[in-house]
Design a protein around this ligand. Structure first.
Ligand code: ATP
Length: 284
């Protein structure tokens, strides 16, 4: 089984919000970064993948099975921002609970991560800082020896040093090419570092899931006058913006744009740039 997650045509409606026929694939050996504005539907999608909410239409296969089957979740560990288990326990007491219920529990892995993260001791989890709670949740997730990690905003609220450590741990997890990670984040620089693919969800719609390097090579930001942007062939312009200080556009095929406008400023597009332009796009 190469695809650890396969989402096809997933629809979930909540009042005025809907996930609109979303497709997503996460294959073994791959880190997929899920990006999107606040309220775009990232957490809803992750919850549907884990079978925590029922889709209105479409299908989800998790480890090749329906998410509701216990076998589907046996090799999957998820960390959600709001996880608040173990409140009145210490990290060591939490371990005893997990060891009792998780068949593949790896005590050495857990102890090593607690030490690396500098957490543990007598403090109750409810008195942890946000960053400490995220670290504990991640240690618990990794000690389950999963093949698939599903992480919702794992690095938000962490300082840059700890974020770096955490990303190294995730890259270490990916040394085993049977493993995969689906991770949502607003810290796109983290995804630029660890993701192989970027999936961009905008207002409930999956705009693309693409190889990160290909995506970076295929898009650029061009800065010049609006009149010149409007002379570019339509198929090259994804979105354009005009302002007091001139105009700019997110374009595809930078090589062609450079050939057409040799003197215009052409910069590499970051994931943040892509989101900013797509979010306010006035041309597609
Ligand atoms: P953020 O980046 O802010 O965490 P997100 O992309 O994870 O946002 P979701 O949490 O998936 O977004 O929310 C998407 C939409 O679905 C929002 O409009 C939210 O209000 C709505 N929503 C989510 N869960 C429910 C629910 N249980 N009942 C009603 N609406 C919900």
């Amino acid at each position: 089984m190469d695809n650890l997650i396969e989402v096809r045509g997933l629809v979930k409606r909540y009042g005025d919000f809907a996930l609109k026929a979303v497709d997503l694939t996460v294959s073994a050996g791959c880190v997929v970064g899920l990006v999107g504005e606040n309220g775009a539907g990232k957490t809803t999608l992750l919850r549907a993948i884990l079978g925590l909410i029922r889709a209105d239409e479409g299908s989800v296969a998790l480890m090749g099975r329906a998410p509701s089957e216990p076998e589907a979740r046996a090799e999957v560990a998820a960390v959600f921002e709001e996880n608040a288990c173990f409140g009145h326990l210490t990290a060591a007491q939490a371990e005893r609970v997990m060891r009792g219920i998780v068949p593949n529990w790896d005590s050495d892995c857990y102890a090593g991560l607690l030490e690396a993260f500098g957490i543990g001791g007598k403090k109750l989890v409810k008195d942890y800082s946000k960053g400490m709670r995220i670290k504990l949740n991640l240690a618990v997730a990794l000690a389950r020896r999963p093949r698939l990690l599903i992480l919702d905003e794992p690095t938000s609220g962490l300082d840059p040093v700890v974020r770096g450590e955490l990303l190294d741990i995730l890259l270490g997890f990916m040394q085993d090419e049977r493993n995969a990670i689906l991770v949502s984040s607003h810290i796109t620089s983290d995804l630029e570092r660890i993701a192989d693919q970027i999936a961009y969800i905008h207002a409930g719609e999956m705009l693309f899931q693409r190889d990160k390097i290909e995506l970076m090579e295929d898009m650029a930001v061009v800065r010049c006058s609006m009149a010149r942007i409007e002379q570019l062939p339509e198929e090259l312009v994804i979105a354009k913006r005009g302002g007091a200080f001139g105009a700019s556009a997110l374009v595809r095929n930078p090589e062609r744009v450079r050939a057409l406008m040799p003197d215009a400023v052409l910069d590499a597009a970051s994931i943040d740039d892509m989101m900013r332009y797509y979010a306010g796009r006035d041309a597609v």
